[in-house]
Design a protein. Structure first.
Length: 464
């Protein structure tokens, strides 16, 4: 059977079913992506650093959470009851819980925030402030409960790391200022997991040792003197104070001293506690609870040994003063002998005659000086009299009078009417009585006037 012929206008299926495309609108695609994200991911925790933070007048907070590789838009709506929203600020590292969704108007995926927590140092700082407020409310920082340091401690307890720089600094200062001070050393870790528990245990162990020194002979406490040599333990003595110390470090390194267990152990200690944690700018919870806080381990050792060190210095100064007094007495004795010798020399007849001769020379010098001064004074008086006599001579007075007369004459010539007329001015008078006229309105028609010039006079008649 032959194949059926086709018309030249028969093109077959132009758009096969298998090649038909499904076209989404932007809104449909965005909505499908949003549903997919919300279904597959939903609520998550994410950490990063806040940037581009802005708070709208509506009360909603908008910001971006970023790390080294990417960023995500975040929004915290005003109606969400989220604690710690004040932690959201540019540069702050935080931990967020939220719902991942898509803001369809922009086609941008974002995180709707449901919870906020600080991360890293911020979390530690928040924990620090929270514990500080709690313990302060309980009275652990009260000033009235803090005990003074003993002025002359004989035996102290030391809690620190056996390998850190703090113990070396403390022993060096004590060896220099009070080498007789006995140290009961309880080694402890000062950072890391379990360090707070060891520190608190060491404080309690030293308190137990001090209160049961005679009975608790089995306590394992290392006795270390400032010369770094072990000495036998004398159970009859007590502890004067406990020094809790370590060197500087970051907030994480010092965190063991911010633990509540350490604070409670210091508060419950029956022995005065000195804390020296880190450097001068570092403050820990232990510092607030301790009876005395020192800026550094070395400063703590200086405070502890200040009483003995000052007393030793005072004794040394007293010794120096006694020695100086002995030397002064000897010097005074020598001076007295010299004075006696001088008195004997002055009592000799030759020495008296020499003294009289010297006194005579002094008197002659004084007499000559007085005569010269008297002569100068007389000359000055004579000169003054001459000047006064010259001033009262008639010729001198006549000369002065003539000079004054000439000056008056010159002033009269300058101010006289002839000088005014010489400069081109004139004087008009009433011809009948010679009265000077100063106002033209006071003249009358037919009145005869006489005008005086520099040279000669002019007679005139008023017409109007």
């Amino acid at each position: 059977m032959s194949k059926q012929s086709k018309s030249q206008w028969d093109f077959g299926e132009l758009f096969p079913v298998e090649t038909t495309r499904k076209v989404f609108s932007v809104g449909e695609l965005t909505e499908q992506i949003r549903r997919l994200l919300e279904k597959q991911i939903g609520q998550i925790w994410v950490s990063g650093e806040v940037t581009n933070f802005r708070a709208q007048s509506s009360g909603h907070l908008y910001f971006t959470l970023k790390d080294a590789n990417a960023q995500i838009a975040c929004v915290l709506f005003r109606g969400e009851a989220v604690p710690h929203r004040e932690f959201i600020a540019d540069g702050q590292k935080i931990l967020l819980q939220g719902d991942l969704t898509v803001y369809e108007a922009r086609g941008q995926y974002q995180l709707i925030v449901r919870a906020v927590e600080l991360q890293g140092l911020g979390a530690l700082q928040m924990a620090f402030e929270k514990l500080k407020q709690k313990l302060a409310a309980e009275g652990l920082f009260a000033v009235e409960r803090k005990r003074p340091l003993p002025k002359y401690p004989q035996r102290i307890g030391l809690v620190t790391s056996p390998t850190g720089a703090a113990i070396r600094d403390v022993l060096h200062v004590i060896q220099r200022r009070n080498p007789g001070l006995e140290i009961i050393f309880v080694p402890s870790r000062v950072q890391g997991d379990g360090a707070a528990r060891e520190i608190a245990g060491a404080i309690r162990l030293l308190n137990e040792f001090a209160s049961h020194a005679k009975e608790s002979k089995s306590l394992r406490v290392e006795v270390e003197a400032t010369s770094s040599t072990l000495q036998p333990f004398n159970p009859s003595t007590h502890l004067d104070l406990i020094l809790l110390t370590r060197g500087g470090g970051s907030l994480e390194d010092l965190w063991a001293f911010n633990e509540e267990a350490v604070a409670r152990a210091i508060f419950e200690s029956a022995i005065t506690v000195v804390s020296a944690i880190g450097h001068e700018i570092d403050f820990t919870i232990a510092d607030f609870v301790a009876d005395v806080r020192a800026a550094t381990p070395s400063a703590a050792a200086e405070i502890i040994t200040e009483g003995v060190f000052s007393s030793l210095n005072f004794l040394a100064q007293c010794g120096e003063r006694m020695q100086q007094l002995t030397h002064r007495q000897w010097a005074n004795k020598q001076l007295e002998l010299m004075r006696q010798s001088e008195r004997l020399v002055r009592a000799h007849p030759r020495r008296k005659f020499q003294n009289w001769q010297q006194q005579l020379d002094d008197l002659q010098s004084d007499l000559s000086r007085c005569l010269k001064q008297r002569a100068r004074h007389s000359q000055i008086i004579l000169q003054n009299l001459r000047e006064r006599l010259h001033r009262i001579r008639p010729s001198y007075s006549l000369k002065q009078r003539r000079e004054q007369l000439r000056q008056i004459e010159r002033r009269l010539n300058v101010l006289g009417p002839e000088q005014v007329l010489a400069r081109g001015y004139s004087i008009t008078m009433d011809a009948a009585n010679g009265k000077v006229l100063r106002d033209a309105k006071k003249t009358k028609a037919g009145q005869r006037l006489k005008t005086r010039l520099k040279t000669g006079e002019i007679v005139s008649k008023v017409e109007n």
